[in-house]
Ligand binder design. Structure first.
Ligand code: ATP
Length: 440
């Protein structure tokens, strides 16, 4: 009898290298050879990006498939061997966990994933939940990876999702500069515009599909559909061998972390949040070019920081004034004994109006008149017109800023950041199968 099996894996990589998605790519090959029925593309699930103990992008993976009951042990054996071989087990902070769940994903697991995407999860709670829903686990060192492994199983992407095709390098190339034809990346970006995201940062000319670390990823192309990322992949010219590639389904580019509205009094370290309030005081620019402003929502006041890498977002924020109503999206970090809200994007809800008192304009010649002294009215220098009854008028000053959503440039996006092109294109579940989706 066939069983529905979900495998979640996390915490296999260290600062020196490795990549949890590569473990998934190897397992896709191994399991395909076993003849499993794939229920989904491998899922690449990004969790709360503000967790300080993440290695890089706080990613975990899950594989969902059907297989004969008699072969479940083989699946686990293969996964354990691959995880053991590919993880830098000896490194500090590398604590791989394999979690295996049989059956349909429950709402309880979905809820857990939601919390792991937006908040900080206690490892004890994750272990208890795993036991209560019957998730088996294999823990190599510290059990912390259970959080990611369980969340990767629970986030079955019934809501919005995107795809990423990841191409991997051969072992011998790891650590060397990535040899990708830059013009082919530009051609790919042009040919798949609106269907793939954040390939290039046009302000700086930086290619964003290639990571910079010593991991096995050659490039990753993110997009709306599996067809789009595959087509993009066929356009890229690489001067080094692609060892393998896989299309993942993912919560990347969906703002999955920015779904919880929190009042300022409820902010706590490392949560992701959306908070709304009134700007109090003028923004200040601190060393390093970061802009800081205070936000007050009646329950508390928090420092909001817009960091230098967010580029043009800082010039928008530096125009804010006391009284402006804004909604900030981002993560909370402790700093200097206080909390700081690190702003990823900002929505200006309402700008406070500022007025300047000015002399009236001469009704006869149109020139601005001069005061004849307090309470004595105004006189026009040009035509001599006098008006002893007139008084100063209030002019609404243009703020050079409009209400609306302001985003950083693509080079400052987080993995989960929803690019502006995706607004209004959010999906509601459903897997679209496209072949080929992996090689080998
Ligand atoms: P990479 O992106 O290269 O795969 P990473 O940034 O995902 O690396 P990990 O090595 O997976 O980093 O470390 C993240 C650790 O944090 C894991 O042990 C994971 O279980 C745990 N974790 C993830 N999200 C949360 C959360 N919301 N609360 C508590 N722990 C979490």
């Amino acid at each position: 009898m066939d069983l529905e099996v979900h495998l979640g894996i996390d915490d296999t990589d260290s600062m020196r290298g490795g990549c949890t998605t590569y473990v998934a790519a190897l397992l896709v090959e191994e399991y395909s050879k076993l003849g499993v029925t794939w229920l989904d593309y491998p899922n690449l699930i990004r969790l709360n990006p503000n967790i300080p103990w993440k290695t890089r992008g706080n990613g975990a993976i899950s594989l969902r498939l059907e297989i004969d009951r008699s072969m479940v042990d083989d699946l686990v054996d293969i996964a354990l061997k691959v995880v053991e071989r590919e993880s830098m087990i000896g490194d500090d902070g590398v604590d791989p966990v394999l979690a295996v769940y049989v059956g349909g994903v429950s709402d309880e697991l979905r809820r857990f994933a939601y919390i792991a995407e937006t908040d900080v999860v206690d490892v004890g709670y994750a272990l208890k939940l795993a036991d209560s829903v019957g998730v088996k686990r294999w823990v190599f060192k510290d059990p912390r990876g259970i959080v990611g492994a369980l969340a990767a199983i629970g986030e079955d992407l019934k809501g919005d999702h995107t795809y990423e095709l990841i191409a991997y390098r051969t072992m011998g190339m790891i650590g060397n500069p990535r040899m990708i034809d830059v013009d082919s990346v530009k051609a790919m970006d042009e040919a798949t515009k609106g269907e793939t995201y954040a390939n290039i940062d046009y302000e700086t000319g930086r290619i964003l599909i290639t990571p910079r670390g010593s991991d096995p990823v050659l490039y990753g192309i993110r997009g709306e559909t599996p067809e789009a990322v595959y087509r993009a992949h066929t356009i890229i010219r690489s001067y080094e061998e692609v060892e393998r590639w896989v299309i993942f389904r993912s919560n990347q580019c969906t703002d999955a972390h920015l779904r919880v509205k929190r009042t300022i009094s409820l902010l706590k370290p490392y949560v992701a949040a959306v908070s709304e309030g009134i700007v109090s005081g003028r923004p200040t620019i601190i060393a390093g070019g970061h802009v800081i402003f205070k936000l007050d929502d009646g329950t508390g006041i928090v420092d909001c920081a817009v960091y230098e890498p967010t580029g043009g977002l800082r010039s928008v924020v530096s125009k804010l004034m006391a009284g402006d109503r804004v909604r900030v999206y981002g993560g909370v970090k402790p700093f200097d004994g206080r909390l700081t809200f690190n702003v990823e994007k900002i929505e200006i809800v309402e700008l406070t109006k500022i007025y300047r008192a000015m002399n009236p304009v001469c009704p006869s010649c149109g020139r601005r008149m001069k005061s004849m002294g307090s309470g004595k009215g105004f006189r026009c220098d040009r035509c001599g017109f006098r008006d002893s009854d007139n008084s100063k008028i209030e002019i609404n000053i243009d703020r050079g800023l409009k209400p609306g959503l302001y985003m950083p440039p693509p080079r400052a996006y987080r993995h989960l950041t929803k690019p502006p092109e995706r607004y209004g294109r959010e999906k509601t579940g459903g897997i679209v199968w496209f072949h080929p989706w992996h090689k080998p």
